[in-house]
Each structure stands twice: as C-alpha cells, then as structure tokens.
Design a protein around this ligand. Sequence first.
Ligand code: MRU
Length: 345
Amino acid sequence: MIKVNDQPIEWLGDKVRILDQTRLPHEEVYLEFESYQDIASAISELKIRGAPAIGVAGAYAVALGALGVEAKSRDEFLKRLRGISQTIVNTRPTAKNLFLAIERMQGVAEAGKDVEQIKKALVDKAVKIHAEEAEAIRKLSQLGAELIKDGFAILTHCNAGPLATTGYGTALGVIKYAREQGKKVKVFVTETRPLLQGARLTTWELKKAGIPFTLITDSMAGYFINRGEIDCVMVGADRIAANGDTANKIGTYTLAVLARENGVPFYVAAPTTTLDPTLASGDEIPIEQRSPEEVTHIQGVSLAPDGTQAANPAFDVTPHRYLTAIITEKGIIQELYSERLKGIE
Ligand code: MRU
C-alpha cells in the first residue's frame, strides 16, 4: 500500500499523481502519469472520477501533453494540441466540467504568442483551474450548510466528496461543513450500483471525516424516505442545463421523485463549472453509456448467466421541477432556474 497524502490529484511539475479510485476502499494506491494518453485512460476507467475532478485532470492532461509536443512552429504546435484536447474530450461525455476545462485550456493556447510561452501559460492555467475549482467548492459547501439543521439525517447518492472534486466535496462538502459548524448530522449512503461509488468511496470519506453513516442498497431508499427517516436528499451534478434540469449518477431521478412524493427537500450541490447554459433542457444532455459488463459483474465477479444482455446508462436527468434548490458558490437558487441561472456560470 502506497500512502502519499489525501489528494485525489496533484500536479508534480512534469507528471500528475492521482489516487486510484478503483482500488478504494481497501487499497490507497497513488499512480503517477507522464503522458496525457494515460490520464485519458484513467478518466475513462474511473480511476479519477466525479465531474469537478475530471475537469481538473483534463486540464492537467492538456498541460502535460503540451509539454511533450516538439513543434517547429506555433501553428504546428496548436494543431497537435487540438488533437491532444480531442483525446481528452472523448473520454466521458456527460460532465460539463471536463469540456469547460478543455475549452479554457484551448483558449489560453490560441491566445499565446510562441510555443514556449504557451506551454508555460498552459501549466499555469491548469494549476489555476484546480485552485479555482477547489475554492468554488469550499464556498458552496459553506453556503449550503445553512440548509442543514442540527440533527438532520441526509441521504446522498454516488460520491460527491473530496475524491470527486479535488476539494471539499459538493454534496458531502455541504454535509462536512454543517458538521464542522457543530451540527449533529448522520448520512444515509446509497451503494450506487453498478460501480458502487457510494459503498466504496462515500463511506471511506465519511469514515475518515468521523461523520456517522448507514450504508443502504439503492432499492432501500424509498423505505427510509417513506418512514420519515430522511430530512433531505443532497446530491452532486455532472451537468445542469439552462432550465435547471440536472444530470447526475443513474438513480438520482428515482430519488428525486421519491423525495417529492414524500415531501422531503431535494438539493443539488454543484459549482458553476457544472452549468451548461448552451443546453435549453436536460433532454440535450449527452448520457454516457458504459459497458454492460459493469452491470453483469461486480468487481470482476459474474452475477448473471453468460450472454445476459444488460443496459448501462451511467447518468439520468432529474427535471428541475423536482429540485428544492441548486447550491452553487454564487448562491443558492430556488425556483425560476432559467432566469436565476442565467449569467452566473
Ligand atoms: O461516474 P462518476 O463516478 O464520475 O459519476 C459521478 C457523479 O455522478 C457525481 O455525483 C457527480 O460527478 C458530482 S461530483 C461532485
């Protein structure tokens, strides 16, 4: 077991270190990547995952790729850089943070004067994207904590903690902040099939933070919500359309409908880098379809008869009418999402 520190991603000057999230909770293994292609594979394979974290990883991958380009002219360099950016963009389609980070990196490159200056500017920009994302997430956690009352039981889905954000955490950040304010909270963690981000990662983070939690299977959520044991549902987001419709881990929509049916508040916590004002509604959000094997197997062990057909959409879209509020670093938005989200991204 290699234990370096608790950072899910770190820039080391000429390489990137990540904590391999596929090995958690039992092994804390840090991987060092020297090529952008390896970071792209790590994103596709969910070694680094969560919308803000893949944005940061993508930015570092572009910086790393740029450092390795030997070009005779600025034009040749920019052409090669566009290819690098495309490889990274092709890894996962749903989280807006990845696309925004790559767009920002490309913008810096296109504005640069010469190759050496652009390389330096790209490294600086990736480091800045990381710092800004961490700060936005800390701020939204602080704002969101106001919504949590002493004694609350909060249900969360997937993993929206430090691992997913390279910072404080979005949904878990709000919970952690409330706890730091002295509020007694407890958390219900859905296991989050197929890849068990809740059972493996959220539990790992809550345990480290000393916050009491109960792990449940996804199908138990209705039972606990209906019995009045949940005071609010708090989740993260991968992409939020202009009207507030929100894509998040598959199963989020089900929880939102259950929450509404039972009069339980349903909160989405996300930095403004997750907002996508170019999409009018959630119908336009691209949903990643992953390998059926992630459903027919758990951690390599087959569950179903050979040849079983399985579907594996990685995300679903919750229509904005089910949201009680969206918590961002620029404020908590309730209702009239189309109007109030405008201009804050
Ligand atoms: O497939 P994943 O594990 O990358 O999905 C992540 C989620 O759905 C998270 O809830 C979302 O990215 C918010 S993370 C702050």
